[in-house]
Design a protein around this ligand. Structure first.
Ligand code: AHR
Length: 533
């Protein structure tokens, strides 16, 4: 069924009033929200972040140095801090990624001028004539300072691939031991921080099947146990074990099975990492210049995440019926082949367009709908890398369209997920391999006190979609507010020269009896908020 026949079939059930016009209209779709039967809390940590010592992420993106003419707070780029605060960034994952399994934390403490220069994993990807040598000017104290400025919880990925359990435990003690206990706490104080950092989230390695050690799941499980058994107990930790490469052709279920099989009879981790890149690197799809099939290809690959979450959750349930272990999607984003870097040495920086913003909305809707399974998620990465919210180069700084989606979805953070029945038919779309089918509407909703937030994405490049959002169970909405992120040009982006080309605008939503009615422009992300009685 296409949108036109669906419209005819459902017209009588979906007569509403066109927002602001007073005209009667037939909605293309009626979705239903059960606000009276809310589900799991959407962890604020689902809207989390990630910064790695890679290209221009830390150096320049985050750290400009204390003597920089770029506005900074003790060396940290002020605009980055301000904007991360503005969107309520709940956490920050650091120092990698692949960098983490080559990082030795002691290199990043003490007098900055005396810190060693060390090898960076990403050297292998640097263009000829450029160098990734790590200066260690940004270490654990600088990272914690950033977290405090933003109000974000630290999430540290520890070195399993080339480190030892002792090095890991020392790092935990250095971070978390109270002053006057172990010597490492005194050392932390001597380096400027008397108060313990109180780090709760610890990743035990990263991509241990790849750059983190090319291990088999049972090898990693054995190492995981060695790394955590003597964990210093200053604060109850939330330990995250390395999980699958979810964007593999087979979803990498074998990793999940192998890890939990090898963990039978042992204490399972609270978090199990899942990496899911919408990986366009093996395709001709470009970041900034594309046609309709390439728009849809990105979204089509992006929504596979939902099945990957469901499959791994089901597999985990075979070993842990109570689901004590939750998923931590600590790397996600659209990853294009090189070619649109803001400067050659800022490897993996990409042009971010409206397409990536629409992908972000659909991804967040998936996370929200599966809130009970997901403890945390971290975009890869917050600045100058892959699916960025910001691009920064010297004094230049811009918020990408993805930033605005994070801003629009803030209302869901910590609210309770509301079930949405969404009967909108799939779209027939052109994709790289020919015709395919994509959800015609992406939606999720949440409620906090009596305030309802609904997010909707219309992925179509051709047609607007009129929607009637019916509130089940006799709920009534008072005044509704809308915001839209869209642009006439599907390739629209924000640049240093034109930073506000793509930005949200207020959008009309009408309350009609037990429903909210609105028209979703083509290629748009929408937020609707209202109070209900
Ligand atoms: O985010 C870039 C890289 O992607 C990370 O370092 C690694 O974990 C993943 O492969």
């Amino acid at each position: 069924m296409n949108r036109r026949t669906f419209l005819q079939a459902g017209a009588s059930a979906a007569i509403g009033t066109l927002a602001g016009s007073g005209l009667a209209f037939a909605a293309d779709a009626e979705i239903e929200l059960s606000a009276g039967e809310p589900g799991a809390v959407i962890s604020p940590h689902i809207y989390g972040h990630f910064i790695e010592h890679l290209g221009g992420v830390i150096y320049d993106g985050v750290w400009v140095g204390r003597n920089s003419s770029i506005p900074n707070v003790d060396g940290i780029r002020k605009q980055f801090v301000d904007d991360m605060k503005r969107i309520g960034a709940p956490n920050l994952r650091w120092p990698g990624g692949c960098f983490a399994d080559g990082y030795h934390w002691r290199d990043g403490i003490g007098d900055a001028s005396g810190r060693p220069r060390t090898y960076n994993f990403w050297q292998r990807r640097m263009p000829a004539g450029t160098d990734a040598t790590e200066t260690n000017q940004f270490g654990i104290h600088e990272f914690m300072h950033l977290c405090r400025l933003v109000g974000a919880e630290p999430y540290i990925a520890a070195n399993v691939g080339s480190g030892t359990p002792t090095e890991f435990h020392d790092w935990v003690s250095y971070c978390n031991a109270p002053l006057g206990t172990v010597s490492l706490a005194d050392k932390r104080a001597a380096n400027g921080d008397k108060e313990p950092f109180g780090v709760r989230y610890w990743g035990v390695g990263n991509e241990s099947w790849g750059c983190g050690g090319t291990m088999r799941p049972e090898e990693y499980a054995a190492l995981y146990r060695r790394f955590v058994t003597q964990f210093p107990a200053y604060r109850e930790p939330f330990l995250v074990a390395t999980g699958p490469r979810g964007h593999s052709a087979d979803g990498d279920i074998g990793w999940t099975t192998g890890f939990f099989e090898a963990m039978r009879g042992f204490e399972p981790p609270l978090g199990f990492s899942l990496h899911f890149y919408t990986d366009l690197r093996p395709t001709p799809v470009k970041a900034g210049n594309f046609q309709a099939p390439e728009w849809y290809e990105v979204l089509l690959r992006g929504v596979r995440l939902e099945k990957v979450i469901e499959d791994h959750w089901k597999e985990m349930g075979k070993f842990d019926a109570a689901h004590r272990t939750k998923l931590v999607v600590d790397e996600w984003g659209v990853w294009y082949a090189p070619g649109s870097e803001i400067t050659p040495a800022y490897i993996l920086s990409e042009t971010i367009t409206l397409r990536d913003a629409v992908h972000t909305g659909m991804t967040f809707d998936i996370f929200n709908r599966h809130a009970g399974k997901i403890a945390m998620a971290n975009v890869a990465q917050s600045v100058n890398c892959i699916h960025s919210l910001f691009l920064a180069r010297g004094a230049e700084f811009v918020r990408t369209p993805v930033y605005h989606v994070f801003d629009m979805y803030r209302s869901h953070m910590g609210a309770r997920q509301v079930p949405v029945s969404n009967p909108v038919p799939e779209l027939n779309i052109p994709a790289l391999a020919g015709q395919a089918r994509l959800p015609g509407l992406s939606a999720s909703a949440s409620i906090r006190d009596r305030r309802l937030a609904v997010t909707l994405t219309n992925p179509s490049l051709d047609a607007p979609l009129s929607v009637r959002i019916r509130l089940a169970g006799g709920a009534r909405a008072t005044e509704a507010r809308g915001r839209v992120l869209t642009h006439q040009d599907m390739r629209a982006t924000n640049t240093f020269a034109d930073p506000d080309e793509v930005k949200p605008a207020a959008y009309p939503v009408r309350v009609v009896a037990d429903a909210l009615v609105l028209i979703l422009p083509k290629q748009s992300v929408i937020l609707v908020e209202c109070d209900i009685t």
